[in-house]
Design a protein around this ligand. Sequence first.
Ligand code: ADP
Length: 482
Amino acid sequence: MRILLASSELHPYSKTGGLADMAAALAKFLAQARQKVGVVTPLYEGIEERHPEIRRSDMRIVLPLGPASVAADVWTLPLNDRLTIYFIDQPEFYRRPSPYQDNGVDYPDNDERFIFLSKCVAYLARYLPWKPEIVHVHDWHVALSTLFIHHQKQREGWRNAPRTCLTIHNISFQGDFPAASYQLTNLPPDYFGPDGAEFYGRFNCLKAGLCFADMITTVSPRYAQEITTELFGWRLEGVLRHRQAKLVGILNGVDYDEWDPARDPFLEHHFTAADLRSKTDNKLALQTESGLPVSADIPLFGTITRLADQKGVDIQLAALEEMLATNLQFVLLGSGAPEYEEAYRDLARRYPSKVAATTSYDHALAHRVEAGCDFYLMPSRFEPCGLNQLYSLRYGTIPIVRATGGLVDSVIDITEDRNRANGIKFYEYSPRALANAIRKALALYAEPELLSHFRLNAMTADFSWRRATEEYLNVYRTLLNR
Ligand code: ADP
C-alpha cells in the first residue's frame, strides 16, 4: 500500500505530546511492514539546524489562502527506501520556536497556518509521483485535508483520489475559529453548514474532518466509546454518533526501540525484567540528580506531563499535600500552564526533602524519571490513550491511573485480575480517591513479593507497534476494499 501520513508534530523533529510519538512510530512500523510511506509535517524553527541531513527539494507549492497566494518549499528526508518525510517550509508560518503557542497563548494566525498545511497535504496527495492510495491525517491541524480531497474528487474531477482516514488524538483540541476564517479555505460556501465545517456558527476544522473522512479512528477502544457521550465528546458527540459505523479505537503502541530499559541510551544503568537490581541504581541516580535524600527504601513517585487541566493537576496537587506527611518522595517533570508550574515549584520549595519539580521540557530526563521511579502517577480527567503509563509498565514503574480512556485499556488493577495485575486504578476524580490510590501503592511497596509480581507483569506486557500497525493496515484494507 502507498500511505501518506500528516501530523503537525513528529518525533524527533518536533513534539509537544504523544501525537509526535505516535505519528513517528506509525510511519516507522508501517514502513517496516513493507508499505510505502510518506509523512507531511511543518519545518519549524531549529529543525534544519538540528537535522542537517534534511534537504530542500525542487518541489514548490503555491496555493491560494483566502485572497492571498502563499508559497512553500518542500524539504525531504528519505529515512529508508520505504519512508520519506516531507517538511513544509513556509518560514512566516512555521519558523517559530514552538508549534502552536507563544507563552501559553495560541498564535493568532493558527487558522491560516493549519488551513495552509492541510492544503499542502491535499496537494502532495495529488501530485506526489508515487500516488498515495491512503491519506491518514492526525488531529485538527490537518483534518481539513479530508475536505479538500473530497472537494477535488467530487467537483474538480480528481480521478483515483486516495481514501482518507482521520485519527483523533484528543477531541478537546478542535481548531475552532470565527466563521470568517472559512474564507481562507477558498471552498464554496455549501460545505459551511451543519453537515460540514460549521459548528455553532463558527468554523471547526476537526468537525469538517469528521464529516468528510472516509474513516475515523481514535487512540484507544475505550476513548472511541467515551467520545460519543456528552461527558467526553466536547460537543462533537452527536457528529460522532452519526458516524459511529466508521469510528474505530486502536490503542497506540510503544516504540520499544526508544523505550527499553535494557538499552536506553539515556540511562547509565540498564535492567531487564529478569534482573531488576539496576533499577535501584537508576532510582539512586534520579534522587541525586533531583537533589532529594538518596535512599533505596523511600518509595519514589513520578509524573511527566503537559501541565494542563486534562492531566488532573488539581487533584494531584491536593492529594500530594495530604500524602507528603508520609514517607515518600515525588519527582515532577512538566511544563505548560504557568500557574501549575508555579504550584509545583512552590510545593518543592515547601518540601525540599520530598518533592523535586523540573518545569521544562526534557526528553532525556523523561527517560530517567521512567527508569528511576517506583510508581508513576497519572490522575487524568480524560486520557485518549496516554503513553507514559505504557512506558512506565516497560520500566517496571507501577502506574497509578484514573480509570478513563486508554488508561482503562492498558492498566490492570488487582481487583480486576490478581494474576495479571500491573498497576493501580482509581475511579472518582477527587484528591481523596487519588490519595487512597497512593496509600495502596505504599502498602504494595511494603510487600516486596507482591511488588515483584506487579513489576514482572508490567515489564512483560506487550504494547508493541506490531499489533497496532496490523490494526491500521486492516482499516486501510477496508477503505481500499481489499
Ligand atoms: P499528551 O499527548 O496528552 O501530552 P501522552 O501521554 O499521550 O500525553 O504523551 C505525552 C508525551 O510527551 C510522552 O512521550 C511524555 O514523555 C512527553 N512529555 C510530556 N511532558 C514532557 C516534559 N515536560 N518533558 C519531556 N517529555 C514530556
